[in-house]
Ligand binder design. Structure first.
Ligand code: PBG
Length: 333
């Protein structure tokens, strides 16, 4: 029998040998961030219909929900405020009022989980009467007013204890506006900015808009979110946010945009890249598994590994609690 270099060894026959072939695509608790929805009604807990298994809950339910996840190794969360009772207006007044559920939750979360990294989504859409991500004047986004307001909201979350502020509004200049407002309060050394830089105008946010009660009341978000077919806008927006000194950047949604992740990683190997596996991706997988078309665990791990392989450092996923439980099983990771 003669050896030929045309034969590629494919018998990765044990865990260690398999892992050696998969350097830098492993999944650990550091690679996961868990998004949670906090309601302005303290005692309410309701399942989100379009995201079975995911709840929005008031402050009185948060600890019971998070305790077991922290226990299984959770390192970071991303908080969204949802208002049912508080009023909405053009300027999103309740995005950073004392009654805002995020502002109320932050000091408690810090007390309960001193080592948990807490990121806050910063956007107007859950709080503005028109459901848009910036301030609307005469049916048009007013960029200057929007980023000023985004800077104020981010500062309030930072002062209330957030470790990371994460603008998801796609308003030009949002990183600079936030950095400037953090600087005024001397918070730059304690608070990082994770910019949702490459946020595509996706239909896969549908379930989230149910969850956060934030669908736009007129038009859509195509004037400020990236057209699905454009990788070059995404690359330019990431470059811009990095040049404005964001600490971390994000591509969103996940699975359909891994080409963009790879391009960003190749160009900026040293900045952490987050990938948001969004609500529609969650729901799609959930229903495929329910229908018996794929196994949830194996399917999800394959997707998460592909995200790591594409260059994603941290994956924001609603499946974080499940994945943390599976991490002990080395053969799948
Ligand atoms: C708000 C925001 C959205 C998501 C995160 N922040 C929705 C949107 O832009 O319409 C989507 C998250 C998800 O779908 O899971 N700006």
């Amino acid at each position: 029998m003669s050896y030929t270099n045309k034969v590629i060894h494919s018998g990765y026959f044990n865990d260690t040998l398999r892992q050696w072939q998969c350097q830098n695509t492993q999944i650990t608790s550091l690679n996961l961030m868990y998004p949670i929805f906090i309601l302005d009604e303290k005692d309410v807990r309701e399942e989100i219909k379009s995201m079975p298994g995911i709840y929005r809950q008031g402050l009185n339910h948060i600890k019971a929900m998070l305790d077991p996840v922290v226990e299984s190794g959770l390192k970071s969360i991303l908080i969204f405020g949802v208002i049912n009772k508080l009023s909405k207006d053009q300027y999103g007044t309740h995005a950073d009022s004392f009654e805002n559920p995020v502002i109320q939750a932050l000091p408690l979360l810090k007390e309960w989980y001193p080592n948990l990294v807490i990121a806050c989504d910063v956007c107007l859409c859950p709080y503005s009467s028109d459901g848009h991500c910036g301030i609307v004047e005469n049916k048009q986004i007013d960029n200057v007013k929007s980023i000023k307001r985004i800077g104020e909201i981010a500062l309030s979350y930072a002062l209330a204890g957030a470790d990371i502020v994460a603008p998801s509004c796609m308003m030009d200049g949002h990183v600079t506006a936030i950095k400037q407002s953090l600087m005024k309060e001397n918070l730059l050394s304690r608070v990082s900015v994770l910019s949702y830089s490459a946020k595509f105008c996706s239909v896969f946010y549908g379930p989230f808009r149910d969850a956060a009660n934030c669908a736009p009341s007129f038009s859509n978000r195509s004037s400020y979110q990236i057209p699905v077919g454009s990788s070059s806008i995404a690359e330019r927006v990431v470059d811009r946010d990095i040049s404005e000194s964001c600490d971390m950047t994000m591509v969103k949604p996940g699975m359909m945009y891994l080409d963009v992740v790879r391009k960003v990683k190749d160009k900026h190997p040293n900045i952490p890249i987050f990938i948001y596996q969004v609500s529609g991706e969650y729901a799609m997988l959930y229903h495929a598994a329910q229908a018996g078309v794929i196994q949830l665990k194996e399917g999800l791990i394959e997707i998460l590994r592909s995200m790591r392989r594409a260059g994603g450092d941290v994956i924001v996923t609603y499946y974080t609690p499940e994945v943390l439980k599976w991490l002990k099983d080395v053969s799948i990771l």
